[in-house]
Design a protein around this ligand. Structure first.
Ligand code: ATP
Ligand code: MG
Length: 448
């Protein structure tokens, strides 16, 4: 007894189905000559594989396209007259919506094989997806990424502090985790602390803990985040945001490898590896007095610089595939991957928000894409120009122009204040943009 149902949509020409019926075995076949009939059958029966027979090119392609889009959960197999495939719009229709296609005269054995494969695909798409484990695996093979992995492996076994620098979203926390996992502290906890996210009044007690009765509401003793990292790694994220008053306490902790809880009277020893990260240039912060120089020197023993994504675009394809799988549970089951236009658009974009921006664009695309392949528009990117059309994505142009304008201004030896005025932005905004583009203040511009 057969349980698999095969829907055959012949678009007004049911006679060609007789030939097919002879070669298809093991399927319960239901046929129709119209899209309306097909829609009815799809509502009434459980169909996961269907044949779309395209024998003449005078059919309304947009109508068929909309219908296939609506029924994207079905594995469609096209059977076409060779003449039909000479038309670009039909070729696109088949490429976009069908998992395979055949031309007349149909090879029965290959068709049976295709249907079996389509049935397997449909079953796979229905299977519950395993929740991917969070992993500190850094994806990428670009030369800049290889250097990063190499640096990570080199600093990991050493117990000295590590300072990780990189633009927002480049993967600093992932690098810190990778260092931890390859270090002698790997069996201990990895405790990330976002220095900018703790309310200033709570930093002391959050980091160092407190003893019972230390302040109103301290009903019992509580170890702080630093103490909880004993035997493992403390990851001080956005260290540049740590209030100045707290920097002295942190320095003492780094020097003495012990801490005093708020309201405590005895030093608590803590053996933990310290990794700090910043997206702002700490040297500048030292220069403008917002970061202690002695703490900077203490932390800046081993440095890792995480390159921006625009400097390792060779990684894009691999990262995109990685996130396609990582967020599989959020995507529509009919989505098969990225179109080559999408890959082209990704290569052309400058990625000011780095890997985090890539993730955000991909997650949105996985939800919004209507076809079987992710298109540039699903990613919110313009189609890559081939050089002849003279049209390039605006985001990339804007980022390049921004960087160039700042570099040109500073190259002429003008002060930061003057360059900011000429660009029509505040000094703070200029500093932020310089940090984003990794531009240092030239010494000639610094003193003015
Ligand atoms: N090479 C990579 N391979 C796989 N995932 C990556 C890679 N780089 C970054 N990611 C992912 O990108 C996201 C952002 O990375 P992460 O939080 O480490 O960046 P960050 O530099 O700390 O950013 P921010 O400065 O905004 O805090 C995370 O989800 C991380 O897992
Ligand atoms: Mg981070």
């Amino acid at each position: 007894m057969t349980t698999k149902t095969l829907l055959c949509v012949a678009m007004g020409d049911l006679s060609s189905l007789d030939t097919l019926e002879g070669v298809i075995q093991g399927w319960d076949i239901c046929k129709t000559g119209s899209l309306t009939g097909a829609a009815k059958l799809l509502r009434a029966r459980h169909v996961s594989v269907a044949l779309l027979i395209l024998n003449s090119e005078d059919r309304a392609v947009p109508e068929i396209d909309a219908f296939l889009r609506e029924h994207g959960h079905v594995q469609w197999v096209a059977v076409c007259q060779p003449l039909v495939l000479q038309h670009e719009r039909y070729r696109q229709l088949v490429a976009e919506h069908c998992c395979d296609f055949h031309t007349w005269p149909v090879d029965g054995q290959r068709l049976r094989h295709t249907l079996g494969h389509a049935h397997g695909l449909a079953t796979l798409h229905r299977a519950p997806r395993p929740v991917p484990a969070v992993s500190a695996r850094l994806v990428g093979r670009a030369p800049a990424t290889r250097r990063l992995l190499d640096q990570t492996a080199r600093v990991a076994p050493v117990r000295a502090p590590v300072l990780i620098w990189g633009e927002s979203g480049t993967g600093k926390e992932l690098v810190a985790q990778a260092v931890h996992e390859q270090s002698p502290y790997a069996d201990g906890p990895f405790v990330p602390i976002n220095c900018g996210a703790i309310a200033p009044g709570l930093v002391q007690s959050e980091l160092f803990g407190y003893e019972k009765g230390a302040f109103t509401g301290a009903n019992q003793s509580h170890p702080g985040l630093l103490e909880s990292a004993n035997g493992g790694t403390i990851f001080l994220d956005e260290i540049g945001d740590l209030p100045l008053s707290m920097q002295a306490n942190l320095l003492r902790f780094l020097q003495e490898k012990s801490l005093m809880r708020v309201g405590g009277t005895r030093a608590v020893p803590v053996d933990a590896r310290v990794i700090a990260a910043s997206h702002v240039d700490l040297e500048k912060a030292v220069a403008n007095g917002s970061f202690r120089q002695d703490l900077y020197y203490r932390l800046n023993v081993l440095t890792i610089s995480v390159p921006p994504l625009r400097e390792r675009k060779e990684d894009l394809e691999m990262l995109a595939a990685h996130f396609f799988e990582r967020y599989a549970a959020e995507r529509s089951p009919r989505l098969q991957g990225y179109s080559s236009a999408a890959h082209g658009a990704m290569r052309q974009h400058d990625w000011p928000g780095n890997v985090r921006e890539l993730i955000n664009r991909i997650r949105r695309a996985l939800v919004m894409a209507e076809g079987r392949l992710v298109q540039p528009s699903d990613l919110g990117l313009a189609e890559a120009s081939n050089g002849s059309a003279g049209c390039v994505p605006l985001d990339g142009v804007r980022v390049r122009a921004e960087r160039q304008a700042i570099e040109v201004g500073l190259r002429n030896g003008k002060s930061v204040t003057r360059v900011a005025e000429e660009l029509g932005i505040s000094r703070m905004t200029l500093y932020r943009l310089m940090a984003k583009h990794g531009i240092d203040v030239p010494s000639r511009s610094r003193a003015k």
